[in-house]
Design a protein around this ligand. Structure first.
Ligand SMILES: *[C@@H]1O[C@H](CO)[C@@H](O)[C@H](O)[C@H]1NC(C)=O
Ligand SMILES: *[C@@H]1O[C@H](CO)[C@@H](O)[C@H](O)[C@H]1NC(C)=O
Ligand SMILES: *[C@@H]1O[C@H](CO)[C@@H](O)[C@H](O)[C@H]1NC(C)=O
Ligand SMILES: *[C@@H]1O[C@H](CO)[C@@H](O)[C@H](O)[C@H]1NC(C)=O
Ligand SMILES: *[C@@H]1O[C@H](CO)[C@@H](O)[C@H](O)[C@H]1NC(C)=O
Length: 795
């Protein structure tokens, strides 16, 4: 019975697939598409371009768009203005009299191509242009005339034409950057104000405006079918944007996109890719966006207080020390100070007791000056800033001093060492970089935890426990459908692959060991100019090859401020290595239990960061990831003490015989949830439990596990926390940490959240989303019940 049904389903899919292949690109009046995960798009006759709904990665929303359908990552080249996202069930329809109409499931119109009366049919052209043809066979509307962020060969831009960048990779509403062909003939790139649209000063000008003989000025931007892009002057002369001969010959896709980082790039991609392929850049403008944007009205290439650095190809924005992102999901956005700026109150002793400086090496904010002192020396420069409550940064160079105010704009990394920027901050308010933190990684190897044996594979357990035959059948069905129309979030990663030899060289023969964990040994290395951590994995489960690729793929797709970023990998013969970003401040274990107690402020910041990283793994990335091994040894700290979770996604790769062993953990509670010792399903709640233990450690700077021998330990922390909480003696729990006690309300809240997380009954534990909301005080925390019957103390 099941078999017959399965065949039927196969057949249906196969027929649909065939039908999809036999398109001539024509779309008849009345045709419509409904936004669902595997909806078949309208294909061009070659099948190279598709018009339809693309699911936005990690969400239930869809984007009406045109994309390259034969490229693995389905690169989007067009979407309606402002890229509205619509929910499942939304509809796009070609209606006589109305043209293309996008409406939500309630039938409300979201977007339309505009009223079109004598519409004959629609056509997805093989050029990537969606055309609405009138009854006189003439084009009435086409997507080329309403470009999103991309131009294609056969497309042109006339004077007055505009292309806006996207807000970010996943937000298609109009961003801060614009490409325009001005009425005077100049092609320019400029930033703009959102939402008014006011254009700021250009950061690139083609120079094709001829003031003396206006017939020589630029008239249109042409992207010709051979892949050359140029500005055509009135005189017929070409102003080349693409260097002639630079375009690879042969069969390539070409596109020119104003990326969300503000750089306009021409890309190519082979139509018949071999091996790992990605879009390659032929040229880009401007040359160095960090330096080229220098208007004094907006924030620069990055947001306010943010700092731009350029590696020759791409700009990167990073908040300077003492600042964090206003919107954590927008790394290019504004940064807010982690301290209360001055001029808030009358400062005693001219601010000398309240403020101090940190020196930010090689960072400059050239546009935020309000005073200039000349002559000055470094000392007088700093003094003057300290005594001036308006002063945010003192910059000193060659006997001159500039005082700068908030918000700082056009921040960029500068190579020249003689520029010194001193950031004024409230004492005790931001994590500094005391010398004790240097060289932390070295200590790490002595502290590698014993609890690592406890690791297990989440997946096998879930599968064994939950999959019933009918469920399995359903899964197969869904999978087949998805494989046939991989239209949506099949954004394949383009993770760099390295050879073993390259990594051997990068790590100097695997010489400098940073640490050792359950999965293998980590070595320090340098690739190009970037410091990296290279993890050499232990032998994997048999048949691990496919699994390795799948896991690496899913790890590579994760991007979050609180996760260690995977930069590349190697699988060669028996060798499996992962290359991660290098974390200069080592593990949380060393930071927390080292010789100096970190401040309460630092600790609470780190706790919230870890919670956000876990929330992302559980709820926000495309495939849910259960970490299975949250503990302070697996949390790393970057140079600004942002907590970053490491080793996620690896649990599945462990050797089978290492999984779910319970040697030596009888009667103890380390970081592992009670589910591990019972025959109950393993869910994301095991991570919530481990996070609870970790949170209590962070609050109290006490270790959860008192080790008695290599594998034997007694966990006292969870019981201790409950006891002290019941008795109302949090002062004893934090060992009279005055800073924490000063913040009693938050301290209590953090402890209560910790106690909720370590509930024996996994159903009582909150989700990580709720944990974050509770830690940040967005929602009230209820009185936690006794963590559970296994607790040795009486409840
Ligand atoms: C495409 O095919 C449909 C029917 O399959 C036909 O009516 C239409 O004329 C064709 N259009 C073009 C442009 O060839
Ligand atoms: C498709 O585009 C090509 C090149 O611009 C053009 O020659 C052709 O007429 C277009 N087809 C339709 C049906 O619009
Ligand atoms: C995109 O960004 C804009 C501006 O920041 C914001 O208003 C909008 O909600 C964002 N859209 C999505 C889908 O995140
Ligand atoms: C302006 O340029 C055009 C094309 O180069 C040329 O033919 C024309 O003579 C020029 N006019 C003047 C006034 O120089
Ligand atoms: C794969 O990608 C990497 C990094 O982009 C590149 O160095 C390497 O040559 C590529 N390999 C193949 C087979 O194309």
């Amino acid at each position: 019975m099941a078999l017959v049904l399965l065949r039927l389903i196969f057949l249906t899919i196969f027929l649909r697939f065939i039908a999809a292949q036999q398109t001539n690109g024509s779309v008849s009046v009345g045709a419509s598409l409904i936004a669902t995960p595997n909806v078949k798009p309208w294909l061009s006759s070659s099948g190279e371009f598709a018009f339809g709904f693309q699911q936005v990665q990690g969400s239930d929303s869809f984007l009406l768009s045109i994309w390259y359908d034969k490229i693995a990552d389905k690169t989007v080249i067009w979407y309606p203005e402002e890229g509205p996202l619509v929910p499942t069930g939304s509809k796009v329809e070609l209606i006589r009299g109305s043209g293309l109409v996008l409406s939500n499931p309630q039938g409300r119109q979201i977007w339309t191509s505009g009223p079109i009366s004598d519409l004959a049919f629609g056509h997805m052209n093989d050029t990537g242009n969606f055309v609405i043809v009138g009854s006189n066979s003439r084009k009435i509307w086409d997507s080329f005339d309403f470009p999103a962020d991309t131009m294609l060969p056969a497309q042109l831009m006339v004077r007055g034409g505009v292309i806006n960048s996207k807000m970010s990779n996943t937000n298609y509403s109009g961003g801060r950057f614009q490409l325009r062909l001005l009425q005077n003939g100049n092609l320019v790139l400029n930033t703009r104000n959102i939402p008014s649209g006011f254009a700021y000063e250009p950061y690139y000008i083609s120079g094709t405006y001829d003031a003396i003989n206006s017939t020589n000025s630029g008239e249109r931007v042409i992207f010709d079918e051979t892949g050359d892009m140029y500005i055509l002057r009135g005189s017929g002369q070409r102003f080349d944007l693409t260097t002639r001969g630079a375009v690879p010959s042969g069969d390539y896709y070409h596109r020119a996109t104003l990326d969300s980082d503000g750089v306009f790039r021409q890309y190519y991609y082979p139509k018949n890719p071999t091996g790992n392929t990605s879009w390659e850049v032929i040229w880009f403008e401007p040359e160095n966006i960090c330096l080229n944007i220098r208007g004094n009205q907006d924030s620069g290439a990055c947001g306010f207080n943010n700092v731009c650095s350029f590696d020759g190809n791409r700009p990167t924005c990073a908040c300077p020390q003492g600042f964090s992102l206003l919107d954590p999901n927008d790394a290019n956005g504004d940064c807010k100070p982690d301290f209360t700026p001055s001029c808030h109150e009358v400062e005693s002793n001219n601010g000398r007791d309240t403020f101090d400086f940190i020196e930010l090496n090689g960072i400059s904010w050239p546009q935020s000056d309000y005073e200039h002192m000349n002559p000055a020396n470094e000392q007088s420069c700093k003094s003057s800033c300290l005594e001036d409550c308006f002063c945010a940064v003192a910059a000193y160079r060659d006997g001159e001093c500039w005082k700068k105010r908030f918000p700082l704009s056009n921040g960029r990394k500068v190579a020249s060492a003689n520029v010194k920027s001193f950031l004024k901050f409230r004492k005790g308010d931001i994590p500094g970089t005391p010398p004790r933190l240097l060289g932390k990684y070295k200590d790490q190897r002595t502290l590698i935890l014993v609890g690592s044996v406890l690791l297990g594979t989440c997946v096998s357990v879930i599968v064994v426990l939950t999959v019933a035959i009918c469920v399995g059948f359903f899964v197969i069905y869904k999978k087949k459908v998805r494989n046939t129309y991989p239209s949506s979030n099949a954004i394949e990663n383009n993770l760099p692959h390295f050879t073993y030899q390259e990594l051997d060289k990068a790590t100097n023969g695997f010489k400098d060991e940073l640490g050792k964990g359950a999965f293998g040994i980590v070595y320090k290395g340098v690739i190009g100019k970037t410091m990296v951590a290279v993890k050499k994995l232990n032998r994997l489960v048999q048949d691990g090859e496919k699994e390795f690729k799948t896991e690496v793929d899913s790890i590579a797709r994760t991007h979050h401020k609180n996760l260690v970023q995977l930069l590349g990998y190697c699988d060669e013969g028996e060798q499996r290595l992962l290359i991660y970003e290098y974390m200069s401040n080592g593990t949380l274990a060393v930071f927390l239990f080292g010789d100096t107690r970190p401040t309460w402020k630092e600790r609470s910041y780190i706790a919230v960061g870890i919670a956000k990283g876990l929330r992302y793994l559980h709820e926000e990335c495309s495939a849910q990831i259960i970490h299975c091994d949250i503990k302070p040894q697996n949390i790393l700290l970057d140079e600004y003490f942002n907590a970053k979770i490491s080793d996620f996604g690896l649990a599945k790769l462990l050797l089978m015989n290492q999984s779910r062993t319970n040697t030596g953990i009888r009667g103890t509670k380390g970081y592992v949830a009670p589910e591990w010792f019972r025959n109950t399903p393993i869910t994301v709640k095991v991570d919530v439990y481990s996070f609870g233990v970790l949170l209590l450690e962070i609050i109290s700077c006490r270790k959860s596990l008192v080790l008695e021998s290599e594998y034997e330990g007694v966990s006292v922390l969870t019981d201790l926390a409950w006891d002290y909480y019941l008795e109302g003696r949090l002062d004893a729990f934090v060992e009279k940490d005055l800073e924490a006690l000063d913040d009693y309300k938050n301290l209590t809240r953090f402890v209560m959240v910790g106690l909720w997380c370590i509930q024996e009954n996994s159903l009582l534990r909150p989700t990580m989303r709720k944990v974050v909301q509770m830690l940040e005080g967005e929602i009230e925390v209820a009185e936690p019940p006794c963590p559970g019957p296994l607790s040795v103390t009486t409840c």
